[in-house]
Design a binder for this molecule. Structure first.
Ligand code: PEP
Ligand code: MN
Length: 335
């Protein structure tokens, strides 16, 4: 349920209303906007008398929220959420460019890629240390050593780092990680989501390859219900009948998720297609559709990459793409 307040509500009356709701076991989230203040009520609101609340002097309107996601719902929080990571901001009209290899392979590899993507304007560095691979015989990532090398690249370039967690037990190793990624395969690992809800780090939540928008938002809700409201949604392609591409990029996810939620939405064109030649067009399409950013796999030697070489673009290609994306982003925000 949301309670929309009249402009400049009397502070005493507002505090009384909030205390009364909390006594009834309702969790109250106050969002103060330029023209409107909204109270988002979470909990069992069925026994609340809507007419009684509507009749209060300070209340303009009361509405039930049908969707099962509340914290992630734009109705609870009309303004875009902007997430600060180091000196950069995600959401709110900023173009976030996360670039780097699928996997961290060596100090030379991650540091060289980090330096080149930084020069091209990347705002964050990606690189997998714990790799979710379909085959147990494939490279599983450098694990703790991979995280150590990411920290070195961060120190060298100043770029915040984004890397994937696969299990709660890995969390103590993530102290120096700026944004924790939850991969498509773990989107519905609810115990992991609950644990991340207890952290204070931004979470990049990837859509499961067979999951609906509502399921993605419910997974975000798990993190937010724990008190961590810094969630970035990521569309990375879904499974369809088409098998020419690794997955099918659902560009509609951008406007739909932004309509349903206030959370930033980014696109991963690399896993969406599995083909480096398609990354350019789909990145442009994503930004044109209003995405807040992209996470792109960039490798300095794709032919010898230990993971996802065929979908990785070279640093020079990323440089050219980043320039075009800024032009598209400016054109979109000028509308
Ligand atoms: C990745 O980003 O390297 C990754 C494994 O992505 P996804 O979870 O989208 O497959
Ligand atoms: Mn990958």
């Amino acid at each position: 349920m949301i309670v929309i307040l009249k402009q400049n509500p009397d502070a005493n009356q507002l505090n009384r209303l909030i205390s009364w709701l909390r006594e009834k076991g309702i969790d109250v989230h106050e969002t103060i906007g330029a023209s409107q203040t909204i109270l988002g009520l979470i909990g069992d609101t069925h026994h609340l008398d809507m007419d009684l609340i509507t009749a209060l002097d300070i209340v303009d309107d009361v509405r039930r929220v049908q969707e099962p996601y509340k914290n992630a719902n734009r109705k609870f929080h009309p303004r875009d959420t902007v997430i600060k990571v180091g000196d950069t901001q995600i959401g709110g009209g900023n173009l976030t460019l996360i670039a780097g290899p699928c996997s961290v392979e060596s100090e030379e590899q991650i540091c060289a890629i980090a330096e080149s993507v930084k020069k091209s304007g990347a705002t964050m560095l990606r690189g997998g240390a714990f790799k979710p691979r379909t085959s147990p015989y494939s490279f599983q990532g450098l694990r703790g050593e991979g995280l150590r090398l990411l920290s070195m690249a961060k120190k060298l370039t100043g770029l915040p780092i984004v890397t994937e967690i696969m299990d709660i037990s890995q969390l103590p190793l993530f102290d120096d990680v700026d944004v924790i990624q939850v991969g498509a395969r773990n989107m519905q690992n609810f115990e992991l989501l609950k644990a991340l809800g207890q952290t204070h780090k931004p979470i990049l939540l990837k859509r499961g390859s067979s999951c609906t928008y509502e399921e993605l938002l419910m997974s975000a809700e798990y993190i937010m219900a724990g008190g961590n409201e810094q969630v970035i949604l990521c569309e990375r392609g879904i499974r369809t009948f088409e098998n020419y591409t690794r997955n099918t990029l659902d560009v509609a996810a951008v406007p739909v998720l932004k309509q349903l939620s206030h959370l930033p939405v980014i696109i991963d064109p690399s896993h969406a297609t599995g083909k480096s030649a398609l990354v350019d067009s789909l990145s442009c399409a994503a930004v044109a559709a209003g995405a807040d950013g992209l996470i792109i796999e960039v490798h300095n030697d794709p032919a010898h990459a230990m993971c996802d070489g065929p979908q990785s673009i070279r640093p020079e290609a990323f440089d050219a793409l980043a320039k075009r994306l800024r032009i598209i982003s400016d054109a979109v925000s000028a509308k």
